[in-house]
Each structure stands twice: as C-alpha cells, then as structure tokens.
Design a protein around this ligand. Structure first.
Ligand code: ADP
Ligand code: MG
Length: 485
C-alpha cells in the first residue's frame, strides 16, 4: 500500500531556506555609469566596465548602498561599518569579465529577520545575510543560435539569504510576499517578478520530525513568481518524501524548475560543483558606511508593515486579512491612516471596508492611483460619519460615494442637495407604516395568517414610499408592531 504525502508528513518535516535576489532601483549600474531600463534595445546599456574590457575600472554606485542599507535597517540586521567586495569567478557568456563582483566573507548585513504576517501569528524568519552584488546579463537561445544581452549585466542586486526555518511551500511563498512587500514599502525596488526584479532559489530538505540535524538538500534554481515558488517547493518536498519514505537517499544537487512542465530536473550534481575562487576585488576599496549616512537613513525610516499590521488589529479592530491587505502597499496604508486621523472615533473596520471595496474598486475602474484619489480622505471620513450617525443608509451611502468620487463634492453637501437623509423619526415613519398597512388589507391578513415572506413586501412598500430613505431597522420594528407579528 502506498503512503500519501499527508501520511509521510506525519513522520517527516520539510525544511526550506531561500536565497532571493532583489534588483535595486538605481538609475545606473552598480559599478559603472550605464543606465538601467527594463526592455531597452539589447546591448544598448553597456560600457567598457560591463563589457569587461581591459583597463576599465569599477566605481561603486553609492545609491545602491543606500538602498541596501534601508533593507538592512528594516530587517533589524547587524550592519558592517566596513565590508568588502569579492570576485566570484565563473565563465559564462552573460558575464564577459569572467567574474561577478559580489560580497563573500564580509557581507554588508547579517543576522536580520523577515516577518511573515500569517493569520494566527507573525512568524519571524532569521536572515543569515544580505549582501550587495551585480547582476549578470541574459542569454537568449533561439533554435541553434544563442544571443547575449548585457543590459542587465551590472545592475545592482541585494541577495537575501534566509536561515533554513521555513517548513512548507506556503511559508516559502509567504516569505517571498513578505520580502516583496518590504522592498516596495521601502521604495528600494519595484520587486516586479515578471521583469525579473525578484528571483528566488529554494533550498529544500527533509528530516525526521524531532531530528536536530538537517537533511541533505537540493537547490531549485530559476523560480520567478510567487505561484512557482509554491509549486516548485511543493513538488520538491513530495519528490524527496517519496525517496526518503521508501528508504532511499536524496542526492545533493542543483535542480532547475521548469514552470511550464511543472517539474524540476537535475542541472548539476555535487561532483560538478563550482569552485568560484573567491578573492577580494583589488579594484574596489572597502565599502565604508559612515555614521551620517546611517543617521539620515534611520531618521527617514517609515513605520514598517509589521507594527502597522499589529496596530491595525489591536487598536482599530481590523480583521487580519484586511490589516494585511492595507499594509501590502504604503500609499494605501497612508490613505487609510489619513481617513482614520480625520475622526479617530469612527470605526476602523468600517473605514477599512470602504477603502478596500468601494474606493479601490472605483480607483481601479477609473485607472487612478490612490495618491491621486479624487475622493479625499476627509470626504470618505465624512461619508462614513453620515452612515454611522444614521443620517443616511448604507445603500444611499454607496450612491453618495459614487457622486463624491466623480465630482469631488463633499458627501454632506450632496446629501442635503439630494434630500436623501434617512428618516429615523419614529412618529413620521409610524404614520407611513399605518398608511401602507391600511392600503393593503389582504396582504396584512395573509401575513397575519403566517405567510412570513410578505414581510418583505411591506418593507419594500415603505422604502418605495420614502425613496429608500426609511431607517431599515426602525421600519422593521414598526411594521412588526403594526402587523402584530
Ligand atoms: P550556498 O547555496 O551558496 O552553498 P549556503 O550553504 O549558505 O549557500 O545555503 C544557502 C541557503 O540554503 C540558505 O538559505 C540556507 O538556509 C539553506 N540551507 C542550507 N542547508 C539547508 C538544508 N539542509 N535544508 C534546507 N535549506 C538549507
Ligand atoms: Mg545557494
């Protein structure tokens, strides 16, 4: 009898560590003046340094350092005041120098963490290191012909290396989402995986539950979407489980994930492992982080997603899902906070609901970014207030929202002009209820005899009479009183 993956997972524990490359959003390359632009004509963004021409000397782009430091600070990393660039040698057509400039034994950042905002808990995953390096170019194979495009060569990268602390494919994907959220929040990268601005290698191993030592790992290369991270890791966990559970041994190897086929295949085994012959790059001075730079960056650091996620749930009673969605984007979170700030007594839950459904929907339909929203935070706060204090119903609120979004007019002014204030005056509503029940004696009798569905008929009549302005709760109460059931 074959055991299912679920059966095997009772005995075996997956362990995953990720190495993620993030392109830093600088205007020029890491060690030379060529521009950085996705989709530019092939080989239009090169220079003697990128081409590895003899005599060309690298000059480090300080902007890349600043961006990397932001990530280091936001992940609580220990930052080296003096770190070093090293050469990592390998021959490949997309790397004409014959080596990549990277950091080896003296990385810029160590011992940081990244928070995964899960529903039930925040999982803090340790980061081994974050270092600076340059990207390689791209090889393009068309039939028998291979092309090389060096536009990407020399683009600054941060490599973020996690400790082996993730225990499922979902957590691995969540790690990528958390990093994506953070780099965008900090404005250091768009993190667009479709453009290769974030790429991930996943290291996967399995061990018996309760075992301290790690199992033999494989490394999956070439994963370039959140979905593929999950698929590739899930697939690899299942592959290793079948081997180990059947009494076999996992080979230490590098595997290439083929997203189209939904499979991985051996790329190179341990025997063919590269020897990169690292040594300090003699062309570059040590990378020095001075106190003034650190001070300025620390001062400019925004409140980070994790504390906001916590605060929105604790102080504003937001559901975890809504809190997470709001902290997925700094401008969105900024807008939400401005609405809350207009009148902190208003319900955060209700505001979140309006922002995430009506506002985002309207912005999307209009093709407008949230920081250009024609509905100002003050107007949205006013609208929520009109509903909360019973001036208008939620249904009318949506109509007022639409008009205010379209024209920019204040909701209170629209309500007065349209005369759509909710009728919550008991005497006035009672009079209407009396009139409607008197005008429909047959329905009243049938309802009294037990036909519950007719209640909706009466509510509908009252709403028609009042153009939808009757307070629905009060209307139901009064109708029940009048109809005797
Ligand atoms: P490299 O891949 O360059 O040899 P490391 O040995 O430092 O570098 O490991 C890189 C990544 O592999 C890290 O994210 C680490 O957490 C992860 N890792 C190391 N050993 C294992 C293991 N046995 N199982 C799962 N992940 C592992
Ligand atoms: Mg590796």
């Amino acid at each position: 009898m074959t055991r299912t993956i679920a059966d095997m997972l009772v005995d075996w524990e997956p362990v995953i560590g990720l190495e993620v490359h993030v392109q830093l959003g600088t205007a020029s390359k890491a060690f030379s003046g060529s521009g950085v632009e996705f989709g530019a004509p092939p080989n239009s963004l090169t220079d003697p340094c990128v081409l590895g021409l003899p005599g060309a000397l690298p000059v480090f782009n300080r902007h890349a350092l600043e961006l990397a430091l932001k990530l280091g600070i936001a992940t609580g990393s220990t930052i080296r005041a003096r770190s070093r660039f090293a050469r990592k040698h390998y021959f490949y057509p997309d790397q004409p120098k014959g080596y990549q400039i990277t950091q080896f034994d003296e990385p810029l950042c160590e011992d940081g963490y990244l928070d995964l905002l899960l529903d039930q808990q925040i999982k803090r995953v340790k980061l081994t290191r974050i270092h600076l390096e340059e990207d390689a170019g791209k090889n393009l194979h068309v039939g028998a012909v291979s092309h090389v495009d060096l536009n990407r060569a020399g683009v600054p990268l941060c490599e973020v290396v996690s400790e082996p602390e993730l225990t499922s494919a979902e957590e691995a994907a969540e790690f990528m989402r958390a990093l994506h959220r953070l780099v965008r929040w900090l404005g250091i990268s768009e993190g667009d995986m479709e453009k290769g601005q974030m790429r991930c290698d996943a290291n996967v191993s399995i061990r018996l539950r309760g075992e301290d030592r790690l199992g033999t790992r494989t490394e999956l290369k070439n994963i370039n979407s959140f979905r593929f991270v999950q698929h590739a890791v899930d697939h690899e966990i299942a592959r290793q489980l079948r081997i180990l559970d059947g009494g076999g041994r996992v080979e230490r190897e590098t595997r290439l994930w083929d997203a189209a086929a939904g499979q991985s295949a051996t790329m190179r085994s341990k025997e063919e492992a590269n020897d990169y012959r690292y040594f300090p790059d003699p062309d570059l001075p040590p990378l020095v982080v001075d106190g003034a730079t650190m001070g300025a960056l620390l001062k400019a650091m925004p409140e980070l997603p994790t504390p906001r996620f916590v605060r929105y749930q604790r102080d504003l009673q937001l559901a975890p899902d809504d809190a997470r969605t709001i902290v997925s984007d700094l401008p969105l979170a900024g807008y939400f906070e401005r609405v809350v700030a207009v009148n902190p007594r208003r319900s955060g839950r209700v505001i979140a609901n309006w922002v995430l459904t009506e506002l985002l929907g309207a912005l999307h339909a209009a093709g407008v970014e949230i920081d250009q929203s024609p509905m100002t935070p003050a107007n949205l706060s006013e609208l929520v207030g009109l509903i909360e204090d019973g001036t208008i119903s939620g249904k009318i609120g949506k109509e007022i929202f639409e008009e205010s979004f379209r024209t920019g007019e204040a909701p209170a002014a629209i309500v007065v002009r349209r005369g759509v204030q909710q009728i919550s005056d008991e005497a006035q509503l009672w009079e209407i209820v009396e009139r409607i029940v008197a005008a429909n004696p047959k329905q009243a009798e049938t309802y009294a005899a037990g036909k519950d569905a007719l209640f909706g008929f009466f509510v509908g009549q009252v709403m028609r009479e009042t153009n939808g302005r009757a307070n629905p709760v009060l209307t139901s109460d009064l109708l029940r009183k009048r109809l005797g059931r």
